[in-house]
Write a protein that binds this ligand. Structure first.
Ligand code: FAD
Length: 334
C-alpha cells in the first residue's frame, strides 16, 4: 500500500492492569528521531482495555499523537483481535513506518501484520536510522550468526515494519506535554477470534527473570566451571541487589536456565552496571550487553575480547577475585 503520511508509529503493548510494557515506551526514543527525520508525527498506538495509564506514559515520553483502541476483546492479547485492529488502523491512517517491541506478543503480531499488509518486516533490530539518500528506514540487525551487522531497507512497500527487543533502547526522560488523543472503536466479533486464553502463566520455573529491567547484572560464563560455580556469582549478585545473567556456553552446559542467557539468542540488556565473570566476550554475547552503561570484566586471560568493551577489567581467577569484592562490598555496606 501507499503511505498516506510520513508518520512513524510505535505499538504500545499494554499489561493486564492497563500500564504500558516497557519496550513500547523505550521505542518512543528512537521513534522520535526517526519521525523527525521522516518529517512526520510520532504516533503511539495503544490497544488494550482501560489503557489510561499506558496513554499517560506514551504522552509523557514524547508521542505527538496517541491512537487509542479499547475494548474487552483486547484485555488479553490474541493474534486475531490485535492483527485486525492494527490492520484497520494502518489502512485508515497509512503510516510510513511502524516499530513493534519484540516481546512474545510483538513477535507474534509483527509478522502477521506485515503479511496482511504485504510489506517487509525486519526483526530484532539493534540500530535504527533513516537512509539519507532514499529516506527509507535503515534497519540494522545481526546476521550470519551475529558475525556481521546487516542494514536492511524496504524500498517498495509501505509501511516499513521492524521489531526491536526490550532493553535495546533506553526510556527517555518524562516530560510535561500534551499529545492529541484519537479514540478509535474497532469491535471484533467473538467468532473472528479463534483462540481463547484460558489462563496466563507467568511464573514457570525461572521464566520470570527480569534481566531486561535489571539495573545491575552479574553474569557467569564457561569460566565458572560448573553449576556450583554460579554460587559465587549469586553471592555477588545478592550483595549488589543484582540479577544473575549467563553466557550461552553456561546455559548450553545446563549449569543455569535459558531465562538467564544474555546475547543474540538470549536477552538484550541495558543495566547501569554489567559484571562479566569468566566470559570471553564472543560477538553474540556482546550483542546482548553492549548497551550497558558500565562494564566490569573479570577474566584470567588478559587477551579475552571482553576487555575490549569493558570500562574496568580485572585479570585474575574469578574464584579469587569475587570473594574479595564481596567482602569489600559487605564492609562498605556495614
Ligand atoms: P568461553 O568462550 O569458553 O570463555 C570462557 C572464558 O572464561 C575465557 O575467556 C576464559 O579465559 C575465562 N575463564 C576460565 N576460567 C576462569 C576463571 N577461573 N576465572 C576467570 N576467567 C576464567 N553466546 C552468548 O553468550 N549469548 C548468546 O545469545 C549467544 N548466541 C549465539 C548465537 C549463535 C547463532 C551462535 C553461533 C553462537 C551464540 N553464542 C551466544 C555463543 C558464543 O559464540 C560463545 O560461544 C559463548 O558466548 C561463549 O561463552 P563463554 O564466554 O562463557 O565461554
Amino acid at each position: 500500500m501507499e503511505a498516506l503520511t510520513n508518520d512513524l508509529w510505535v505499538f504500545i503493548e499494554t499489561n493486564e492492569d492497563g500500564t504500558a510494557k516497557n519496550v513500547g515506551i523505550e521505542l518512543l526514543t528512537p521513534g522520535r528521531m526517526l519521525a523527525d527525520k521522516q518529517g512526520g508525527n510520532l504516533v503511539a498506538v495503544v490497544i488494550g482495555s482501560h489503557a489510561d495509564a499506558a496513554v499517560g506514559e506514551a504522552e509523557a515520553h514524547g508521542a505527538d499523537k496517541i491512537i487509542l483502541v479499547e475494548g474487552k476483546e483486547y484485555a488479553v492479547y490474541t493474534t486475531d483481535a490485535y492483527v485486525i485492529a492494527m490492520n484497520a488502523l494502518v489502512e485508515k491512517y497509512g503510516p510510513t513506518s511502524i516499530l513493534i517491541g519484540a516481546s512474545n506478543n510483538g513477535r507474534d503480531l509483527a509478522p502477521r501484520l506485515s503479511c496482511r499488509l504485504k510489506t517487509g518486516l525486519t526483526a530484532d533490530c539493534t540500530a535504527l536510522d533513516i537512509d539519507d539518500e532514499t529516506g527509507n528506514v535503515a534497519w540494522t540487525r545481526p546476521a550470519f550468526g551475529g558475525n556481521l551487522m546487516a542494514t536492511i531497507m524496504c524500498p517498495d512497500n509501505r509501511p516499513q515494519i521492524g521489531t526491536v527487543r526490550p532493553g535495546v533502547f533506553k526510556k527517555g526522560v518524562r516530560m510535561e506535554r500534551h499529545a492529541e488523543i484519537i479514540h478509535e472503536t474497532i469491535s471484533v466479533e467473538a467468532e473472528k477470534i479463534r483462540t481463547q486464553v484460558l489462563e496466563l502463566v507467568t511464573d514457570i520455573a525461572d521464566g520470570n527473570v527480569d534481566l531486561e529491567g535489571a539495573e545491575i547484572i552479574v553474569s557467569g560464563g564457561r569460566g565458572v566451571g560448573g553449576p556450583e560455580g554460579f554460587d559465587i556469582i549469586r553471592q555477588l549478585a545478592d550483595v549488589l541487589g543484582a540479577t544473575v545473567g549467563a553466557s550461552r556456553a553456561a546455559v548450553d552446559a545446563g549449569w543455569i536456565s535459558h531465562a538467564h542467557q544474555v546475547g543474540q539468542t538470549g536477552k538484550t540488556v541495558g543495566p547501569r552496571l554489567y559484571i562479566a565473570c569468566g566470559i570471553s566476550g564472543a560477538i553474540q554475547h556482546l550483542a546482548g550487553m553492549s548497551g550497558s552503561d558500565v562494564v566490569l570484566a573479570v577474566n584470567k586471560d588478559s587477551r579475552a575480547p571482553i576487555f575490549d568493551v569493558a570500562d574496568y577489567g580485572v585479570v585474575g581467577n574469578l574464584f579469587e577475585v569475587l570473594p574479595v569484592l564481596i567482602k569489600e562490598l559487605k564492609k562498605a555496606r556495614a
